[in-house]
Write a protein that binds this ligand. Structure first.
Ligand code: 5GP
Length: 191
């Protein structure tokens, strides 16, 4: 998505440890006009899917997912973070290893809001090693729901997540894939 690539190139910061900082438009301050365009693009890409719900992880996925959900006319469900494993039997839970925080955490979704009738689109801001998506996938499977696809705003193509998920047969649509990011001036996007 050209508009997104231009915005990343203009505003991003490349931090040590292969972390891309885009919190001036995506995950701290949020540019709603840009996210609207992102929502339209996800709707176009997944127009063949009959999505019943969008699933994401708190916190940074929520705002993006909410704007996108307007184009699908479906609710947004977000996995809550940091819930203790013994939360009871009314939640689906899973463990996710965080790339940016370098530690594992639990996520949970109430059984009230996910059922075997649901056809889910996962939306997240970044795809790095795929652990967040795999955690959400596990929750979808526990509910007997179907995972229709994954919409990612920025995929770091030099990390393993994209390959891992696609090898498992998961449909992944990324709006910008960065194959190299040694520094801001030399970002390489995949086309
Ligand atoms: P994964 O689970 O695919 O390894 O990592 C995805 C999650 O880690 C995303 O939900 C995102 O919050 C965070 N993340 C991974 N890489 C980056 C990055 O380069 N920049 C930012 N801002 N977040 C990232």
């Amino acid at each position: 998505m050209k508009l997104l690539e231009q915005r990343i190139a203009k505003d991003c910061k490349v931090l040590p440890g292969n972390v891309l900082k885009v919190d001036m438009f995506l995950n701290h301050q949020i540019d709603i006009e840009l996210i609207n365009e992102i929502g339209k693009e996800f709707k176009r890409l997944f127009s063949d899917c009959d999505i019943t719900k969008i699933l994401t992880i708190e916190a940074s996925g929520i705002g993006i997912a909410c704007i996108c959900a307007q184009y699908f006319s479906v609710p947004v469900l977000f996995a809550k973070k940091g819930v203790h494993k013994n939360i009871g039997n009314s939640f689906y839970t899973s463990t996710v290893y965080s790339y940016t925080k370098e530690k594992s955490y639990e996520i949970a979704v109430s059984k009230d809001y996910l059922s075997s009738d649901d056809r889910i689109l996962i939306i997240d801001d970044f795809l790095a090693n795929g652990q967040a998506v795999l955690g959400l996938k596990s929750i979808i499977e526990q509910a007997g729901a179907s995972l229709e696809g994954v919409g990612v705003v920025i995929e770091k193509g030099f990390q393993s997540g994209g390959g891992l998920l696609r090898e498992k047969g998961i449909r992944v649509e990324s709006l910008a894939i960065i194959d190299q990011m040694q520094d801001k001036e030399n970002l390489v996007f995949r086309h």
